[in-house]
Structures are given as C-alpha cells and as structure tokens.
Write a protein that binds this ligand. Structure first.
Ligand code: SIN
Ligand code: FE2
Length: 200
C-alpha cells in the first residue's frame, strides 16, 4: 500500500478492503440504532450540514457552553461501544498502549460539508486522531496549524484512513464537498467519516 504524507497527515489509501468496509457499515448500523444521528447546531446557533453520533465512553456533542465531550447521548443513554474494526485499526496504526475513548460518526448527505477547523477538545494532543472514510468520496482540505495561509486538497475514498498526529495534530482541516453517489457502499448514498480520539 502506498502511503501519502500531506502536511504531516498520514494518508493510507484503501486501508480497509471492501469486506471490512461492509462489516464496519454493519457495525455502525448497531451504533446508530442505539445512538441515533442528530443534527448539531454550533454555539452561534447555526445548523451544521453533517449529522452526527458517537460511540465509546465519550461522545462529542454541541452543548450550551460550546462543543465538548459528554458521557451520554442527548437522549440520555450511554454511547454504544466503538466497533472492533476501528479498535483494530487504532492498535495497528496508532498505539496498543491505550484505546480511543470516542469515535465521532459524521454523516455527509448531498451538499454537506465541514468548514476548516482544529480538533482541540481533547486533553492531550500527543494522541493522534484516526479518521476513516466510508461511502462517497470527500474532498479533504488541509491548512496550517494557525488559521489562514495556503491549503492543499485531496479526495478521500471509501476505506481510506488518515492519521492526524505529531506536529499536524492541530492542523486546520475540513471537507469542502462530497461526490454524492460516487460509491455504492451506503444504500442511500452519502459519506461516513469516523474519527477515533483519546479524550481524557
Ligand atoms: C472532521 O474533521 O471531523 C471530519 C473529517 C472528515 O470528514 O474526513
Ligand atoms: Fe476534525
């Protein structure tokens, strides 16, 4: 497998083969059955175009005092366990010393995007964020560790994994758009992105 390094983001194209992608989708059906997707609203009151849920000890939720990690879904229940395939990827690519405590699930339907941002709600930035793409292609944009400056773009395909760690852990990134219908993995189309993080 050819690995790519884009501004310190380690990109592993096709890390998950078709069989594992399908198994992961099936595991995510169980996650969503226990923790339904919801539409997050930013602290400034703007609706985000992705829909989200989480698995693990913590989930990421927009709250009254901003974004953050919560032990329970907005409906009150605990989050379901992180699917085994993601734990295996984490242990293979990140660490066997500690498992992730949150897997944030983002669903991009037609027209969904995610603006440039840093992932900085975790306690220890020495732990990378591991990101898995499933379904339709998504255009990843990578900036710099400070706001502004030049950016580079890369189309992520189903099964690709990105490890955001080291000096790139706080690099700005976002998804400009997806190519709706470019993959047949998800019956209704769209793109799933799963990001695994150590939280505490
Ligand atoms: C994110 O940065 O939270 C999502 C990245 C992606 O969808 O690939
Ligand atoms: Fe992010």
């Amino acid at each position: 497998m050819t690995e790519l390094d884009l501004r310190g983001f380690r990109i592993l194209p096709g890390y998950l083969d078709a069989g594992r992608q399908a198994a992961l989708v099936s595991a995510l059906r169980d996650v969503v059955a226990q923790a339904p997707m919801f539409a997050p609203v930013t602290p400034s009151g703007k609706a985000m175009s992705v829909r989200i849920t989480s698995a693990g000890r913590y989930g990421w939720v927009p709250g009254r005092s901003g974004y953050g990690y919560a032990r329970t879904h907005p409906q009150g229940q605990e989050w379901p366990p992180i699917p085994q395939i993601l734990l295996e990827a984490w242990r293979d690519l990140v660490s066997t010393a500690r498992d992730p405590e949150c897997c944030l699930v983002n669903y991009y339907g037609a027209g969904a995007r995610m603006g440039l941002h840093q992932d900085r709600d975790e306690a220890d930035f020495n732990w990378p964020v591991l990101s898995v793409s499933l379904g339709d292609e998504g255009l990843l944009r990578i900036g710099n560790t400070a706001r502004g400056g030049s950016t580079v773009s890369h189309w992520l395909q189903s099964g690709d994994v990105v490890v955001m760690g080291g000096p790139a852990r706080l690099t700005y990134h976002g998804i400009d758009r997806i190519r709706f219908g470019s993959s047949s993995l998800l019956p209704k189309g769209g793109r799933l992105n799963l990001t695994c993080r150590v939280v505490d």
